[in-house]
Design a protein around this ligand. Structure first.
Ligand code: F6P
Length: 318
């Protein structure tokens, strides 16, 4: 029987995390549960940073970016001894179940905890949209909007100066932000892990673009190429002068979009429902526009390449 539930956010923050915390809290309270917020992710869990939440604790949070609970990356959580500290704290507070909101790293920690006997449900949140098992992770659309707003502005100045703008976006190992923003802004070139990088092809595309327009846009996923070097190569080998912009952490902030708020709210409520149904070691997912739960283990093994699927669908636009 579940009476007390704790909620935490872990890994990189994502806009919409607060809406998920709010939904877990409000739906938990509605179902007669006591709800505790854990500050600073798995680190706070190990250190016992718990606070009892009420309806008011999550008031006016739905429109806020970041996470009101704070977050950390804690690689040490892979160690059994570190997780024992977390379990000790959960027992100290008499917590019966945990909702962990985050990406793959959060999922691995949650799975390990569930194998040690803790009842856990996870909710996917990552601007990269790279969480296994789900078509959508909270925060992706807001980050996408931020990128598009920035690129639209860069296009104005690029076009005025007859330049090529290179924009580096986040995504770690996943090109979904790059491909989707590339589609949305009509980029000449997208460079990401899934599509690869070939300098000659890039120069050819930019040279072609220079014949018909006053600017070109290149979107690159972080860690793929040195964008300043790329800008130099474009300046030297095409009619366009080039400038490089790294968007960086600005992509992680800002007010969540309505879509992120709604999906996060639905997912938060689903997490509580799943716990009350006796589910454990599961993650909330969006599959074919439905919110479902499936085993975390299965989600972590999911390597569907939805990014390439999306790219192939729109390839004729490039
Ligand atoms: O996972 C989200 C993300 O923003 C990635 O896109 C990026 O590579 C990483 O986090 C950056 O992490 P940090 O904020 O720890 O530098």
């Amino acid at each position: 029987m579940i009476r007390k539930v704790a909620v935490l956010t872990s890994g990189g923050d994502a806009p919409g995390m607060n809406a998920a915390i709010r939904a877990v809290t409000r739906s938990g309270l509605k179902m007669g549960l006591e709800v505790f917020g854990v500050y600073d992710g798995y680190r706070g869990l190990c250190e016992g940073k718990f606070e009892k939440l009420n309806r008011r604790s999550v008031s006016e949070t739905i429109a806020k970016g970041g996470t009101i609970l704070g977050t950390t990356r804690l690689p040490e959580f892979e160690q059994y001894e570190t997780r024992l500290l977390a379990i000790e704290q959960l027992e100290n507070y008499g917590i019966d179940a945990l909702v962990a909101i985050g990406g793959d790293g959060t999922y691995r920690g949650a799975l390990a905890l569930s194998k040690m006997g803790v009842k856990v449900v996870t909710i996917p949140a990552s601007i990269d949209n790279d969480v296994g098992g789900t078509d959508y992770a909270i925060g992706f659309e807001t980050a996408l909007n931020t990128i598009i707003e920035a690129v639209d502005k860069l296009r104005d100045t690029s076009s005025s100066h007859r330049r090529c703008s290179i924009i580096e976006v986040m995504g770690r190992n996943c090109g979904e932000l790059a491909i989707t923003s590339g589609l949305a802004v009509g980029a000449e070139v997208v460079i990401c892990k899934e599509l690869g990088f070939n300098l000659e092809d890039v120069l050819e595309n930019i040279n072609q673009a220079s014949k018909v327009k006053r600017h070109a846009i290149v979107i690159v996923t972080e860690k793929m190429v040195d964008i300043n070097e790329l800008a130099k190569a474009i300046t030297e080998n095409t009619p366009f002068e080039s400038r490089a912009t790294i968007l960086g952490h600005v992509q992680r902030g800002g007010k969540p979009t309505p879509h992120d708020r709604v999906i996060a709210s639905l997912m938060g409520a689903k997490a509580v429902e799943a716990l009350l149904e006796g589910q454990n070691g599961v993650c909330v997912c969006m599959v074919d526009n439905k919110i479902i739960v499936r085993p975390i283990e299965e989600a972590l093994q999911d390597n569907r390449n939805t990014v390439l699927e999306k790219y192939n669908k729109f390839k004729m636009l490039w």
